[in-house]
Design a protein around this ligand. Structure first.
Ligand SMILES: [Zn+2]
Length: 358
C-alpha cells in the first residue's frame, strides 16, 4: 500500500500554519477532531485537552503524536525549496511534531482509501514540549491498546532508552531580621541554599545521569536577612540505582544543610518520568527496523536525556516506541524537513502498522 505524497505535503503545510505553541493547542485539536471524525473514529477530548480517538472497541495498536510546538511558533510561513521545507528564519517550522501528526492523518486516509479496516487508537497530546504535561495528565482509563508508536522523531531513529526524572520543589525557611541593626537575630535562607547547592554535583554527573538547580527565588530587600527561598531542581538518570542515589543525595544535602544553619525545609519530590529501555531484540523494534530496511532506511538506536510522551505511556503499561516521520534541527528557527525522507518515514510507519495489526 502506498501513501499519497502530494496530499501528505499539503497536510503538513496546512498543519504548520495552525499556530499551536504549548498551551495553545485548541485550534489544532479542533481541526484534528474534525479530520478524525471524518475518518470514522470516535473522538473525545479529555480534561487537559488531549484528543483521544478510536475506531474499534479492541484496538490492536495506538499511535501518538504531540500537537504543540516550541516558540517562536506563531505565523509560520513554510517555504518549499526543492526537496526542503523551511521557514524564513523568523519562526520554527514545526516539523516537531506536525510531521508526525500529518503522517498519522495520511496513513489513516490511505488505509481508508484502500478499503482496509485496521483497529487503532490515536492520541494527539498537548503540552509535550513543556513537560510532558498532556500525556502525564491523560485519562488512561480511555485507552485500551497495549502497544504503541509515538511519532516524534525521524526515520532512522528509534528512541530506545529514556531516563527517570524527579522534580523537586524546595522551600527553605530561615528567619528575617534587620541586616544592619539585628543581624545576629536572623537566619539567612539564601545562604543556606547557596551552601547546599555548592555541595551538590550538578550538570552531567555521568553518561546516563544529570542534575540541575534551575530556578531560585528569595529575599525581600537588601537590608532584610532573607527568610524564604524557593528552588526548583531535578535529577535524571537512565540507571535506576543511580537515580535513587542522586535523588536521595539531593534531598539529604538540603535537609542537613538547613538543619546545620538553623533553618527549616520543605521538599516536594515529584516523579515525572520512569526510565525504560527497549532491547534491539524486542519484536516491535525488530519489525520497525525491518520495515525501514525494506524502504532503504537503516535504523539507529538513540538514548536520550529528555522525556517524550513514550516515557509516560510506557509507565502506564502501554509499550511505546518513539520513532518518526521527519524533521531536522528541531527547536531552532533553522528547522527544516526533507520531503523525500518524510514520504519514506511515513511509508515505513504505515508498513509497520499493517504488520502489527494483522
Ligand atoms: Zn517533539
Amino acid at each position: 500500500m502506498d501513501i499519497n505524497r502530494e496530499r501528505l505535503i499539503q497536510t503538513f503545510l496546512t498543519l504548520v500554519q495552525i499556530d499551536s505553541e504549548s498551551g495553545e493547542e485548541q485550534e489544532i485539536i479542533a481541526y484534528l477532531k474534525k479530520e478524525m471524525d471524518d475518518l470514522g473514529f470516535k473522538t473525545d477530548i479529555d480534561k487537559i485537552g488531549n484528543l483521544i480517538c478510536s475506531n474499534d472497541p479492541n484496538p490492536k495498536l495506538m499511535l501518538a503524536a504531540h500537537t504543540d510546538t516550541v516558540k517562536p511558533g506563531k505565523g509560520i510561513k513554510p517555504i518549499i525549496e526543492g526537496n526542503i521545507i523551511k521557514t524564513d528564519g523568523t519562526t520554527i517550522l514545526g516539523a516537531d511534531n506536525k510531521s508526525g501528526v500529518s503522517a498519522i492523518l495520511e496513513i489513516l486516509t490511505s488505509i481508508k482509501e484502500n478499503g482496509l479496516k485496521v483497529e487503532l487508537e490515536v492520541v494527539f497530546t498537548v503540552k509535550e514540549e513543556i513537560g510532558p504535561i498532556g500525556s502525564s495528565n491523560l485519562d488512561f482509563t480511555k485507552l485500551k491498546a497495549k502497544q504503541s508508536i509515538n511519532l516524534d522523531s525521524k526515520p532512522g531513529d528509534i528512541v530506545s532508552n529514556e531516563p527517570s526524572l524527579m522534580h523537586f520543589d524546595i522551600e527553605i525557611t530561615g528567619k528575617a531580621a534587620h541586616s544592619g541593626t539585628r543581624p545576629e537575630n536572623g537566619i539567612n535562607a539564601i545562604q543556606i541554599a547557596a551552601k547546599a547547592i555548592s555541595k551538590l554535583k550538578l550538570g552531567r554527573i555521568d553518561f546516563e545521569t544529570t542534575s540541575n538547580v534551575g530556578l531560585i527565588n528569595g529575599g525581600m530587600a537588601r537590608n532584610i536577612i532573607p527568610e524564604k527561598v524557593t528552588l526548583e531542581a531535578e535529577v535524571r538518570s537512565r540507571n535506576d540505582k543511580k537515580f535513587e542515589f542522586y535523588t536521595k543525595k539531593l534531598i539529604e544535602t538540603f535537609k542537613e544543610t538547613a538543619l546545620k544553619y538553623g533553618g527549616t525545609i520543605d521538599i516536594q519530590a515529584n516523579l515525572r518520568g520512569k526510565a525504560y529501555k527497549h532491547q534491539e531484540t524486542d519484536p516491535m523494534v525488530k519489525l520497525l527496523v525491518e520495515c525501514g530496511r525494506q524502504n532503504g532506511i537503516k535504523y539507529n538506536f538513540t538514548s536520550t536525556g529528555g522525556l517524550t510522551d513514550a516515557n509516560i505511556f510506557n509507565r502506564h503499561g502501554i509499550k511505546c516506541i518513539t520513532t518518526g516521520a521527519s524533521g531536522n534541527d528541531y527547536h531552532t528557527t533553522r528547522e527544516y524537513l526533507e520531503i523525500d525522507k518524510f514520504v519514506i518515514g511515513t511509508k515505513i510507519i504505515l508498513d509497520a502498522i499493517i504488520e502489527l495489526t494483522k
